[in-house]
Write a protein that binds this ligand. Structure first.
Ligand SMILES: Cc1cc2nc3c(=O)[nH]c(=O)nc-3n(C[C@H](O)[C@H](O)[C@H](O)COP(=O)(O)O)c2cc1C
Ligand SMILES: C=C(O[C@@H]1CC(C(=O)O)=C[C@@H](OP(=O)(O)O)[C@H]1O)C(=O)O
Length: 397
């Protein structure tokens, strides 16, 4: 399965084409729209989210509620486009530049503005920010919602929540909770945290930060349970599932780092405290007595839950803008103020869940035959049986 996304933040529509989904897979459009709505929620976002009500229009690849095996196309309308039509329209750039007022010419530190302008030779930095905007992640969440439906039908569930926001850490041990409990708790929380006790403290911090014209980042965690053993491969560097998941996570705007399982902490421990010892019983097959390594060994899923965390830096656009340089006058200036979020960590948890679900789905579709959904389901079921049964695995030819 592969996909491409297109669309500017204030252009008419966002689009994606997803190719390589099995035929005959039921697709619930309401569930896709629910995921899009969740991405829009979250305490600390700016006014843009009050304008948009993201909903997909399906324009190919689905008939009578099921995939056809042909490319699936989604689009989402940017309602804000009507307010930006004249800015986004084709007035000659010279005219705009002479007025300057509607041209972005004071690049924001931490955003793509300056480097994008130099690299693509754009005279108006709006041409950069329109596509570097995290508005693009709408489509990644739509794709992730399709992936989640495929995974769910194969017995794989993926959830995400915010573990830390603005330096305030949730204290609840989620390893004691079921995925359904984690999902319900995060869904109810305005900051998508599992720890209800910390919620008010986080909201207060967001309010204070907003008042001070500043912004906040945080950490999100994604957990995937029920994965078949052996997704990804040790045989080549770019096939390793941890490498692929790390790339997917860091591809989310403003994500700066990734950890698996106990994460960077493993570098401070003895080997005996980090390796997950192996056990076997007929019901479970091979399993581990712990999950310090977050369900991945040798670039492959090992059957334990995959646990991946990503860190998101604070939003670059500050209402108390940082120093910048006007690209025309070369004078020191305050960076441009675009309408902006104070924090988008809650939204980022939904996006992280989506990109992880997408990457795991791609790995499943690479491993198992999947022209039709029935074929895929049968192949995964057979392999699950095989992988937990040493007699099937080790029997003589
Ligand atoms: C959901 C979400 C919302 C964001 N909202 C804003 C925003 O309102 N203002 C802003 O300057 N950056 C925002 N960002 C971050 C920028 O998109 C990001 O910092 C920028 O594209 C530069 O990329 P980099 O931080 O990965 O280097 C947001 C990111 C995400 C994931
Ligand atoms: C539009 C979204 O997020 C946007 C991401 C973003 C950025 O610079 O990344 C800047 C802001 O855009 P605007 O200036 O239009 O308010 C955010 O609102 C979205 O998440 O759907």
């Amino acid at each position: 399965m592969r996909f491409i996304t297109a669309g500017e933040s204030h252009g008419p529509v966002l689009t994606t084409i997803i190719e390589g989904l099995p035929a005959g897979m039921p697709l619930n459009i309401n569930e896709i729209n629910e995921a899009l709505a969740k991405r829009q929620e979250g305490y600390g976002r700016g006014n843009r989210m009050k304008i948009e009500t993201d909903k997909v229009e399906v324009t190919s690849g689905v008939r009578h509620g099921k995939t056809l095996g042909s490319p699936v196309t989604f689009s989402v309308v940017n309602k804000d486009y009507k307010n930006w039509q004249s800015v986004m329209s084709a007035e000659p750039i010279e005219e705009e530049l002479s007025k300057k007022s509607r041209v972005v010419h004071r690049p924001r530190p931490g955003h793509a503005d300056l480097v994008g302008g130099i690299k693509y030779h754009h005279k108006d930095l709006r041409n950069v920010l329109e596509r570097s905007s995290a508005r693009e992640t709408t489509m990644r969440v739509a794709i992730g919602a399709v992936a989640s439906q495929l995974l769910s039908a194969l017995g794989v569930e993926v959830v995400a929540y915010v573990c830390e926001l603005g330096g305030i850490k949730g204290q609840v041990d989620v390893s004691e909770m079921s995925l359904a409990e984690i999902r319900d708790r995060a869904n109810q929380s305005p900051v998508k945290m599992v720890d209800a006790e910390k919620e008010q403290q986080v909201k207060d911090k967001i309010d204070e930060t907003k008042k001070a014209g500043n912004t906040l980042g945080g950490v999100v965690e994604v957990i995937a349970e029920g994965l078949p053993i052996g997704l990804g491969s040790y045989t080549q560097w770019d096939k390793k599932i941890d490498a692929r998941l790390a790339k997917a996570m860091v591809s989310i705007n403003a994500f700066k780092g990734v950890e698996f399982g106990d994460g960077f902490e493993v570098g401070r421990r003895y080997g005996s405290e980090v390796m997950d010892e192996i056990a076997y019983n007929a019901e479970l097959g091979f399993y581990r007595l712990s999950n310090h390594l977050g369900g991945i060994e040798g670039g492959m899923t090992n059957g334990m839950p995959v646990i991946v965390r990503g860190v998101k830096k604070p939003i670059p656009t500050l209402y108390r803008p940082l120093q910048s340089v006007d690209i025309y006058s070369k004078e020191e200036y305050q960076a441009s103020i675009e309408r902006s979020d104070t924090t988008a960590v809650p939204a980022a948890s939904i996006i992280a869940q989506a990109v992880v679900a997408t990457e795991l789905t791609q790995a499943i579709l690479e491993k198992f035959p999947n022209d039709s959904f029935d074929e895929l389901q049968q192949a995964v079921a057979n392999y699950r049986e095989y992988s937990k049964n040493p007699d099937m695995w080790l029997e003589e030819e």
